[in-house]
Design a protein around this ligand. Structure first.
Ligand SMILES: Cc1cc2nc3c(=O)[nH]c(=O)nc-3n(C[C@H](O)[C@H](O)[C@H](O)COP(=O)(O)OP(=O)(O)OC[C@H]3O[C@@H](n4cnc5c(N)ncnc54)[C@H](O)[C@@H]3O)c2cc1C
Length: 499
C-alpha cells in the first residue's frame, strides 16, 4: 500500500491526551485489557477495507458488560470517540479507528450463553463467530441461517451492526429477520434491551432501527438469534450462459416463476477464471456467466424444485446445466463462490469490493454498464454476487503501487453506485456505508433525509462519540464531493451538522 492510499487523517493524536485516557481506563480495566503501544495498536488500524488505515490512540478489550459500561461512561466524560470492533472483516471501513479515539474490541465476548432447542433460539455474546452459532446448534439439528461468506471469522455483533446477508438470505432473510433481541450499552452507560425472546415486542420497533446502525448507536453486549431446522436435503444447480444479459434475465425469470431458491448467485467469466485454478470447483470457465441455484427441503421438495428451476434456466438460454449429486459435490460447487474474494488476490495485487443493490430486472443492464466502465477507467472488474437479492459485488482490480490506480478504482466504484441509484436501487448493499460509501450517500439522500439520520443518531448518542464521521455525510462533505448545491457561497440548511 503506498502513500496515496493511506488515510489522509490529520492526526489529532497527542501523547498527553493518550496518557489521560489510559490513566482513566486503567482504573477500570485489568492491565492486559488495555493497549496503547503502537506495536500493539497497529493490528487494529483497518478492517477488510485495507486501503484506509489509522492506528487508534487506545484499544480496550473489556471482558464483561460492567467493563463496557464503565469504558463508555469514562469516554463520554472525557469526550473520547469510540469505535466498536468485532472481527474486523467489514469491507466498508466501519471499524476503522480514529486517531484520538478508543477502539472497543469484543474479542473477549465469545460465550454462547444459552441454546434453547425447544424455543429454537440462542443467546450469544457479541464476539461469537457467525459459524460458531451453527456449529453449536448442529447437535440439535438446528442452524443460524444468515451466512456471510466471511462466516468463519465475522462476529454476530458485527453482523447486527451491518445487517449482514449471505447466500441463504434470499430464502431465510437477513440478520434483521433472524435476530429477536439485542442487549446494548448507550454512550451514557445505560444498558438497554431491544426486542425480546418472543416473536413480537411491545412499543416502537427500535430493534429494526438498531440493526444495521454500524456501531453508531450503542455497543452490543448480547444477541438472541433464531435457529431453524437444518433441511433434510439440499442440491445445487450450476448453469452456464454464453451472455451476461441472458444470465441476468434468468435470475429474474426464476423468481418470476414463483420459486424462492435457497441461494441464487452469479459469477461472471472473470470471476470463475479467477477462482477455478485456486479451488477447482469444476466451473465452466468458457461461460460468460454461471449461476448457482440451490434448493433445500425434503428430498421430494428438492427434486421437484430442481426440475422447475432447470426448466426456467433452460428456457432462459442456459448452455449447460449440472446438478450436484452428493453433499460433497454441492459443497464443491459452493467452494468457488465462497472463496472468490481471496482468489482475487491471485490475479491482482489489490481489489476494491463494491456493494450495491438493484432491482433484479436491471441486473443485465447494470452488468453491461460496469463492462463499459472497465474501458473508461482502464481497470478490470470481476462480478461475483448475490444475484437473487440483486446485491452486486463488483471487485475492481487495481495495483496500489501504480500511481493513480487507487483513485481510479474509487471513482469507478462511485460510478457503479450512482448507476445502482439511477436504476432504482441503493448504495447500501450488505457491507454497510462506513467510510467507503459515505460520499455516495450524498447522491442517494437529500439533505433533509440525511438530517433525519442524524436525528436518529442524536436520540441514542447525544454526544456524537460512537463511531462518528461514518455512514452519514455532513453538508460540508457533500458540498466538497460536488453533490450539494452551494448558492452564492452559501449552503442550504446551514444549521445542519457539518463536522
Ligand atoms: C471475504 C469476505 C466475505 C464477506 N462476505 C460477506 C457476505 O457474504 N455478506 C455480508 O453481509 N458481509 C460480508 N462480508 C463483510 C463482513 O464480514 C460483515 O460486514 C460482517 O458482519 C462484519 O463482522 P465483524 O465482526 O468482522 O465486524 P467488524 O468489521 O469488526 O465491524 C463492522 C461494524 O460493526 C460495528 N460493530 C462490531 N461489533 C459491534 C458491537 N458489538 N456493537 C456495536 N457495533 C459493533 C463496527 O463498529 C463496524 O461499524 C465479507 C467480508 C469478507 C472479508
Amino acid at each position: 500500500m503506498n502513500a496515496e492510499t493511506a488515510a489522509p487523517a490529520e492526526s489529532t493524536f497527542s501523547p498527553a491526551r493518550q496518557q489521560q485516557v489510559v490513566s482513566a481506563l486503567r482504573a477500570l480495566l485489568p492491565a492486559h485489557a488495555l493497549l496503547s503501544n503502537i506495536e500493539d495498536t497497529r493490528p487494529y488500524e483497518c478492517d477488510g477495507l485495507a486501503a484506509y488505515r489509522q492506528t487508534p490512540m487506545v484499544v480496550a478489550l473489556p471482558e464483561n458488560e460492567e467493563q463496557v459500561v464503565a469504558i463508555l461512561k469514562a469516554c463520554r466524560d472525557l469526550k473520547v470517540p469510540i469505535v466498536p470492533r468485532g472481527a474486523g472483516t467489514g469491507l466498508s471501513g466501519g471499524a476503522m479507528p480514529i486517531a484520538d479515539g478508543v477502539v472497543l474490541s469484543t474479542a473477549k465476548f465469545t460465550r454462547i450463553v444459552k441454546l434453547d432447542q425447544y424455543a429454537r433460539t440462542a443467546v450469544v455474546q457479541p464476539g461469537v463467530r457467525n459459524l460458531a452459532i451453527s456449529e453449536a446448534a448442529a447437535a440439535h439439528g438446528l442452524y443460524y441461517a444468515p451466512d456471510p461468506s466471511s462466516q468463519i471469522a465475522c462476529t454476530i455483533g458485527g453482523n447486527v451492526a451491518e445487517n449482514s446477508g449471505g447466500v441463504h438470505c434470499l430464502k431465510y432473510g437477513l440478520t434483521v429477520h433472524n435476530v429477536l433481541r439485542v442487549r446494548m450499552v448507550t454512550i451514557e452507560g445505560e444498558v438497554v434491551e431491544l426486542g425480546n425472546g418472543a416473536l413480537d415486542a411491545p412499543g416502537l420497533d427500535l430493534l429494526a432501527v438498531f440493526i444495521g446502525s454500524e456501531g453508531m448507536l450503542g455497543v452490543v453486549t448480547e444477541v438472541t438469534v433464531k435457529l431453524i431446522p437444518k433441511p433434510q436435503a439440499a442440491r445445487v444447480i450450476m448453469a452456464s450462459f454464453d451472455d451476461v444479459v441472458k444470465s441476468g434475465n434468468a435470475v429474474a425469470n426464476v423468481i418470476a416463476a414463483g420459486i424462492i431458491p435457497a441461494g441464487l448467485e452469479m459469477m461472471d467469466r472473470t470471476s470463475s477464471r479467477m477462482v477455478e485454478p485456486f479451488v477447482k470447483a469444476g466451473y465452466d470457465i468458457d461461460a460468460a456467466a454461471i449461476l448457482l441455484c440451490e434448493s433445500d427441503g425434503t428430498a421430494e421438495e428438492v427434486e421437484e424444485e430442481i426440475g422447475r428451476m432447470s426448466a426456467v434456466l433452460n428456457a432462459s438460454g442456459a448452455t449447460r446445466i449440472e446438478v450436484s449429486t452428493s453433499e460433497a459435490e454441492r459443497l464443491r460447487f459452493w467452494s468457488g463462490r465462497k472463496n472468490a474474494f481471496p482468489a482475487a488476490g491471485r490475479i491482482s495485487p489489490d481489489y476494491y469490493c463494491m456493494d450495491g443493490t438493484i432491482p433484479r430486472k436491471n441486473l443485465a443492464q447494470v452488468l453491461l454498464g460496469i463492462e463499459q466502465m472497465e474501458n473508461k477507467y482502464g481497470l478490470r472488474c470481476a462480478n461475483v454476487f448475490h444475484a437473487g437479492d440483486g446485491n452486486l459485488h463488483p471487485l475492481i482490480l487495481f495495483d496500489a503501487n501504480v500511481p493513480g490506480e487507487f483513485h481510479r478504482a474509487e471513482e469507478f466504484g462511485a460510478e457503479i453506485l450512482e448507476l445502482c441509484v439511477a436504476v432504482g436501487g441503493t448504495i447500501t448493499g450488505e457491507h454497510g456505508v462506513g467510510i467507503e460509501k459515505i460520499n455516495s450517500m450524498c447522491v442517494q439522500f437529500s439533505p433533509l433525509e440525511r438530517e433525519a439520520f442524524f436525528n436518529v443518531k442524536r436520540a441514542f448518542d447525544t454526544a456524537f462519540l460512537l463511531n462518528p464521521d461514518k455512514a452519514i455525510p455532513t453538508l460540508q462533505r457533500c458540498a466538497e464531493y460536488g453533490k450539494m448545491h452551494v448558492q452564492r457561497g452559501q449552503l442550504k440548511f446551514a444549521e445542519l451538522p457539518r463536522f
